[in-house]
Design a protein around this ligand. Structure first.
Ligand SMILES: Nc1ncnc2c1ncn2[C@@H]1O[C@H](COP(=O)(O)OP(=O)(O)OP(=O)(O)O)[C@@H](O)[C@H]1O
Ligand SMILES: [Mg+2]
Length: 257
């Protein structure tokens, strides 16, 4: 084996492998060994939502990554898009199927409205959902589609996404924030809106360098569960992620469960 390694190191293949590792990790030298992070599943029955006061922070992407990574560990949660104005996950998934609005019109048959996004049972959002959003019915819908599985909800953005009934049905609300001035301003402005939230509130940062993440979290009242790095693969909307991004998602799932 050692002789094979020495031979391999002397061939152009080793340089190629280093290039691939640099591309995959986003790091130049020294390259940490690419130890694949161990996927973790969300605890069964856990209900968690992702939200930000402003759009464009990475809320939907983070919610979807958590659901997919948890599914990869053998515990697929139901992923529901409850963005009431501009749901985007169905576009990402390439799914054209029954939506949350359709499911609201089929009491007792809500689970029939679930699609599949790879291994994840998925309830796409509906652009007109705000017009028919009734707290009790939506809470009932979530309970029925998730049943005993874990549930990951993309709540979208804005203060009207913080429905008291839905929040009361959750175990945790993840506030998603970013390092740009407008995103930080949004995070600070969220503090009074979330004072009376009946579930656990936690912070997830997207796109902040590690030291910045600690500094930002120190100024906000919620525990920082994970800092998701800026990922050039995700930035192209391809829904593919680098190894450090997946490791951060694993830490987030571990902290939630
Ligand atoms: N970790 C990341 N690194 C780089 N780009 C990211 C990351 N997460 C998300 N993005 C990109 O940022 C953009 C916004 O992401 P996303 O749609 O998840 O945000 P959002 O907060 O749900 O906003 P909105 O609901 O207003 O669209 C997308 O193009 C997405 O691909
Ligand atoms: Mg979104």
């Amino acid at each position: 084996m050692r002789r094979f390694r020495s031979w391999l190191d002397a061939t152009p293949l080793s340089g190629l492998a280093l290039d691939v590792m640099r591309e995959a990790t986003g790091r130049s030298d020294p390259i940490e060994p690419l130890r694949p992070a161990r996927a973790v599943a969300l605890r069964r029955g856990l209900r968690v939502a992702f939200w930000s006061l402003v759009g464009g922070v990475g809320t939907s992407t983070t919610a979807a990554l958590v659901a997919h990574r948890s599914a990869g560990a053998g515990g697929a949660p139901v992923l529901a898009d409850l963005d009431r104005w501009a749901p985007s996950l169905a576009l990402r998934a390439g799914v054209q199927a029954a939506t949350a609005a359709d499911a609201l019109l089929r009491p007792g048959r809500e689970r029939d409205c679930l699609s599949r996004w790879s291994d994840v049972p998925f309830l796409p959002g509906a652009p007109g959902l705000d017009a028919m959003f009734q707290s009790e019915r939506v809470v009932d819908l979530l309970a029925r589609v998730a049943a005993d599985d874990a549930l990951v909800v993309d709540l979208g953005a804005g203060d009207d996404a913080l429905d008291a009934g839905v929040l009361a049905a959750l175990d945790a609300l993840c506030v998603v924030a970013g390092p740009r001035a407008s995103q930080l301003q949004a995070a600070f402005c969220s503090v009074p809106l979330l004072r009376a939230v009946p579930c656990r509130v936690a912070l997830v940062l997207v796109g902040a360098a590690d030291t910045d993440a600690q500094r930002i979290a120190a100024r906000l009242p919620w525990p920082l569960l994970a800092s998701i790095p800026s990922d050039p693969y995700l930035a192209t909307d391809a829904f593919a992620a680098r190894a450090p991004t997946m490791a951060a998602i694993d830490r987030l799932i571990g902290a939630l469960s």
